[in-house]
Every structure is written in structure tokens, then in C-alpha cells.
Design a protein around this ligand. Structure first.
Ligand SMILES: Cc1cc2nc3c(=O)[nH]c(=O)nc-3n(C[C@H](O)[C@H](O)[C@H](O)COP(=O)(O)OP(=O)(O)OC[C@H]3O[C@@H](n4cnc5c(N)ncnc54)[C@H](O)[C@@H]3O)c2cc1C
Length: 453
């Protein structure tokens, strides 16, 4: 293995899954690498909060599912086990003041609305198949789809307000943004990137199928432990200067030099880095146009998953209130009951304006509405939003509004001199997900090797 002496072959910026994967790959290729991380931990948007009694919750990225092969491979490499997300029993729907329980995937809605909803999902899946994943701007009718939002398309497709309301719940859970914020082309791209809408929405055969024993950060921690001496924590990069053969990176009060740099920081946060020379205009315009999504996770922890005793799987959906979707996030052995509620899109922005106490009241009120009064007395309640975190400022990922893919998309992965771009937002497969972050790290390393081979 090469010495950790400057100048480095590659400096990687950001120790989320993209940066950790890139560092891991560069180490395998015997490159002299340094990883600079603004936070005092690894994992980035994946953060497992661990409690003194050994229990834990994932405050950020959580689930893994079929076709997320690169993340599964990494977990296997670092001996991290996965387990099935609990989904036995009936789901819950709260609509127009009524709680309804149902089995399977079809919610108990009026038949007209249900048919309209089903047709829209099928249509969106069909349209997504036409997307050119590597170059979305070359998709047939790209200009048309990129000139409208997902909300515009939903309004055109679904005659029934109820159908639109339930489509919106699913869309918000997938993108953590209001459909009015997302370009239809981006929605189609993202749908194909994760296979189809059903995969994105579902537990079984879907993106929520499994979780990691010990939490989603475990693989990141174990990976980092193999190159701990190459990571500098509390090192927010302030400037990247390209001059001559080497790139100079200024982080805090320290200066580092390398032949190449891989930036894995979410696009919009790249605006806080002083690039010299200035980034090319199109790149600079792109990163001004990829806002982060908006989401809160609310966790109520109980002595046991009491809803299971009522034959419920812990899944609930409603168009009303702050929390619109819930999941049973109890540990593998069910030794505690962990209920997780998502507050998404515009509800999340509103939720951010509430006091700690009012957020808790709102969340527990929702849980009680779905699962009964027992929900009002958790052993512990906590909520979290990456919108509040300096080094994320939103989640799950950076999104494209109308007009961005077709005018600036070509610059998303295009290196700028010796700077390469990674991070889940740059992945064409599982964009927005941990698996996409892993793939982006692998791709950026291949790029560096190609130039320096
Ligand atoms: C609430 C929530 C739920 C999610 N659920 C899922 C899920 O269930 N499954 C799934 O697959 N994905 C999920 N995601 C998305 C997933 O977590 C992300 O796609 C993935 O973790 C992104 O990894 P990354 O390495 O690309 O970026 P990040 O994890 O954001 O890594 C970037 C790193 O750069 C650092 N950084 C930022 N600025 C600087 C700077 N100037 N200098 C140095 N370092 C800097 C940050 O601290 C961070 O560590 C979820 C995300 C959230 C927040």
C-alpha cells in the first residue's frame, strides 16, 4: 500500500457512502488517498443513532432492496447482515376521518379513484421505460416532460381528486418533495433508475424490503475502520484550487495537495466551496438548481410492537396531518416496538416551524389515530431532519426541477479539470439511494484511473 505522504494521488471529499466507497476502491488500487470529512463521523446522510441499552434507530438512509447489488456486495464484504422489514398483517388507511384496515397493496378507495390511481401508476411506469438513463436529455419527448412538473402530469392524468391525493402520498414518500417541485422528466428518470414505481413504493420486492442489523451506518463504520488513518474529520473543505499539475484543497486551517480530487458533497452544498478557477458557467448554474428534498423522521419507541398483536403491519397512509406514511422499524427480534413516521415535502417544511413539544404531539396524535391510544405513551420519542444539518441541509437527495436536465444535465458528471464528481445525485442507477452513492464512488474512481492509467 502506498505511503500517506503528500501530495496524494487522490483527495476524496465527503465520507458518506460515495466517498467511503471511492476511498476503499482507491486503496484496493494501491493509490495514496486522503478522505476529508466536515462532520466528526462517517456515513453522511446515513446516521444510526445508538442508545445506551444497545438499541438503535436510523435517522437517515435505512432500507435496502432487490437490485441494489452494489450496496449488498459492500455489506457482504464487511459482514453486515440484513433482515426483512416487518410487513405481516393488515395495513391502515386514514381518510376523511375514518380508519380502515386492508390486506395487500390495494387501498380501500372508491372504485373510480382506484382505477384512476392504478392507471396513472401503470402509465408512469410505461413512460419511465423510455428514459435514457445515462443521458436523460436524449429521452423521447424529453423537452416536453422537462417543461412540466410531476404535479402538472398528475393533474392531467387523474380525474379524481382522491386518486391524486393518494398518488401524492406515494410520490412524497419516494422523493421527499412536493410533486410541484419535481420535473416530470426527473420523476421518470428516477423511477427507471430504481426499476419502477412499484419497486420504489413497496416493501416486498421493493426498496424497503430489508434493513441492516446494527443499522445502516454499520457498513460505513466498518469500511472506515480499514482506512481510519486516511480520514481527516472536522475538515470542511472551503476551497479547491487547480493550478498546474496539482489540486490544492483547503479544509479548515489546513492545506492538502493531490493529483485528482473526487467531490461527493451534495450538489447544492458545492456552492459553499470556493473553486479557483471558477467552475464553468454551466456547472455553476447546475448546482444552483438541485435543491435538497424535505423530510422529517419521527420515531416513537414502545416496550413492544403492540400493533402486531392487533394483526397490523404498522404501515399507514393518510393525506391528512403531518405524518402521511408510517413503517414498523422494530429490531429484527421484535424486542421493542419502533414506529417510524415520515413527514414529507411541504408538510416537512411546516413541521420545521413547530416547537419540539408540538412536533411530538402531532406525531403521537397521528400514531394514536392509526394504531390506538397505546401509541400515546412511548418509552421514548425522537425526531430528526437532515434539513437542520449543516453538511446536508435536506434529504433524501438533490432534485431537478423543470428545465434542468435538458439544459444543464450534461455537466452532472463531467469532470472539471482534475475534479471528479460523485455522490448519489450523479448515479444513473438507484439515484438518490445509498446504492446509487456506492455506484457513484466506484464510477468516479474508474474515471480517475482512466486519466492516470
Ligand atoms: C431521512 C432519509 C431517509 C433515507 N432513506 C433511504 C433509504 O431507506 N434507503 C436508501 O438507499 N437511501 C435512503 N436515503 C438516501 C441516502 O441516505 C443517500 O442517498 C446517501 O446516503 C447519499 O450518500 P452520498 O455519499 O452520496 O452523500 P452524503 O451521505 O451526503 O455524503 C456527503 C458527505 O460530504 C460531507 N460534506 C459536505 N460538505 C462538505 C465539505 N464542504 N467538506 C467536507 N465534507 C463535506 C458530508 O458531511 C457527508 O458526510 C435517505 C436519506 C435520508 C436523509
Amino acid at each position: 500500500m502506498s505511503e500517506a505522504t503528500p501530495p496524494y494521488d487522490v483527495i476524496v471529499i465527503g465520507a458518506g457512502y460515495a466517498g467511503l466507497t471511492a476511498t476503499h476502491e482507491l486503496r484496493k488500487a494501491e493509490k495514496n488517498v486522503l478522505l476529508l470529512e466536515a462532520r466528526e463521523r462517517v456515513g453522511g446522510r446515513v446516521w444510526t443513532k445508538r442508545f445506551d441499552d444497545g438499541s438503535y434507530v436510523d435517522l437517515g438512509g435505512t432500507w435496502v432492496g432487490p437490485t441494489q447489488d452494489r450496496l449488498y456486495a459492500l455489506a457482504r464484504e464487511f459482514s453486515v447482515e440484513t433482515f426483512r422489514t416487518f410487513d405481516e398483517g393488515k395495513s391502515t388507511q386514514f381518510f376523511r376521518g375514518q380508519v380502515k384496515r386492508y390486506k395487500g397493496l390495494i387501498p380501500p378507495l372508491p372504485i373510480g379513484a382506484l382505477l384512476s390511481l392504478d392507471a396513472a401508476i401503470k402509465k408512469m411506469n410505461k413512460l419511465s421505460k423510455t428514459v435514457n438513463l445515462a443521458e436523460p436529455w436524449k429521452t423521447p419527448n424529453a423537452a416536453l416532460f422537462d417543461s412540466m412538473t410531476l404535479a402538472t402530469w398528475m393533474n392531467q392524468q387523474m380525474r379524481f381528486d382522491v386518486a391524486r391525493q393518494f398518488f401524492k402520498i406515494a410520490a412524497e414518500a419516494i422523493w421527499a418533495a412536493d410533486p410541484a417541485e419535481i420535473s416530470m422528466l426527473h420523476a421518470l428518470f428516477y423511477t427507471k433508475s430504481g426499476r419502477d414505481l412499484d419497486t420504489l413504493m413497496n416493501i416486498k420486492n421493493g426498496a424497503q424490503e430489508e434493513r441492516f442489523v446494527g443499522g445502516a451506518q454499520t457498513t460505513a463504520d466498518r469500511m472506515a475502520a480499514t482506512f481510519w488513518d486516511r480520514i481527516v474529520f472536522n475538515a470542511p473543505v472551503k476551497a479547491i484550487v487547480q493550478e498546474g499539475e496539482l489540486v490544492t484543497v483547503i479544509a479548515g486551517t489546513k492545506t492538502y495537495q493531490a493529483k485528482r480530487v473526487i467531490v461527493t458533497v451534495p450538489p447544492t452544498l458545492q456552492n459553499r466551496i470556493n473553486f479557483q478557477p471558477l467552475l464553468p458557467t454551466q456547472r455553476a448554474q447546475l448546482i444552483q438548481r438541485m435543491p435538497m428534498g424535505s423530510v422529517w423522521k419521527c420515531y416513537a419507541i414502545y416496550e413492544k410492537p403492540f400493533w402486531r398483536e392487533q394483526g397490523l403491519n404498522g404501515l399507514a397512509a393518510t393525506p391528512d396531518g403531518h405524518i402521511t406514511v408510517t413503517f414498523d422499524n422494530s429490531p429484527k427480534d421484535g424486542s421493542q416496538g419502533v414506529m417510524m413516521g415520515f413527514v414529507l415535502g411541504n408538510q416537512a417544511k411546516e413541521f420545521s416551524g413547530l416547537s419540539d413539544e408540538d412536533r411530538k404531539l402531532s406525531a403521537l396524535h397521528s400514531f394514536a389515530t392509526f394504531f390506538g391510544q397505546e401509541a400515546l405513551k412511548p418509552v421514548r420519542y425522537l425526531d430528526h431532519s437532515f434539513m437542520d444539518e449543516e453538511w446536508s441541509r435536506g434529504c433524501y437527495a438533490g432534485l431537478m426541477g423543470p428545465g434542468v436536465w435538458t439544459t444543464l444535465g450534461t455537466t452532472l458528471r463531467q469532470p472539471v479539470g482534475q475534479i471528479h464528481w460523485a455522490g448519489t445525485e450523479t448515479s444513473d442507477i438507484w439515484n438518490g439511494y445509498i446504492d446509487g452513492a456506492v455506484r457513484s464512488g466506484e464510477r468516479a474512481v474508474k474515471e480517475c484511473m482512466m486519466y492516470d492509467a
